[in-house]
Design a protein. Sequence first.
Length: 363
Amino acid sequence: MKANVMMLPGDGVGPEVSAAVEKVLVEVARIWGHDFSFQHGLIGGASIDACGEAVSTATLQACQASDAVFLGAVGGPKWDGGEVRPEQGLLALRKALGVYANIRPVHPHPSGFAASPIRPDRLRGVDLLFVRELTGGIYFGDKVEGADKASDLCSYSADEVARVVRRAAQLAVGRRGKLTLVDKANVMATSRLWRQVTEKVMAEEFPSLELEVLLVDAAAMHLLSRARDFDVIVTDNLFGDILTDEASMLCGSMGMMPSASLGDGRASLYEPIHGSAPDIAGQNVANPIGAILSGAMLLEYSLGLLEEARAVRRAVNACLDHGLVTRDLAAMDQTALSTKQVTQEVIDQVNGCVIQNQVAAAY
Ligand code: IPM
Ligand code: MN
């Protein structure tokens, strides 16, 4: 298959994890005979430095015209206090692509148990999926910014809620059939709208699914005490941002977590959930797994290459099984590998799995 992937490395460790993903995708293309081409663009601080904007119109158009977009990370102290913030580039990109549903799977691997602050008996069997609304809410409402007073408006329309709830429910159908809505309906008007709309969509369109509703403060606690009970969790933009960072600790490291942002248009967006980690940028120590797993989501959701996506996930799991990990996950008595070494190990495992399958098929 032919595909044009837009790569936006961004800032901090973004370029290192983007290079890892591109290497893996190049290898996948070689093995399965696909024709992937990669275009590179600037976003975030890198774009501010180059042209004064956090993302240019030309880059946004190139993203819209591509088959899929991969983003590394944006931001860093270098751009604090500036007139334009690097994060504005990412928000503009999400809006331009219309990717309203941000899918963030949380599936702890035993190799992360030691690095997690949560007890292993609470981590075993956890397999949940966040669906975070991504193009509305307080992130995009009117802002007033003054020295004496500031405000951020949170607003949602019923349609904006319904479409993301529908996406989440569809995902729950293919899983364990449970949807949890997280809101703050005891205080916020937008949350009361979320509740009404969710209950209606679920009753009318997904009557066989189980619906649970939780207030966000309780959800923050339940995520640590009974994460296993969750299947798909749908929530608004801000709550989703906060809860998914919390949930990443179930996996032992932020560096493990992938995401896919989907809309109704052609190009979707894939990014690890971690930030630009300026403190370790350029040192070849960042964990590339969240980025590589985002690449697997790209293969699956944007290109429909299920076998290839599965091979990448299997390769990642094999590396984790063998303790081939970066320093965020390495135990005291374990040698930590570099970003490039882990990437190469994943590539070797992809090749290894493919050869094994071919041998199996020959018999
Ligand atoms: C994320 C990030 C972004 C967000 C920032 C960089 C704007 O934290 O993808 O979770 O808040 O959405
Ligand atoms: Mn975040």
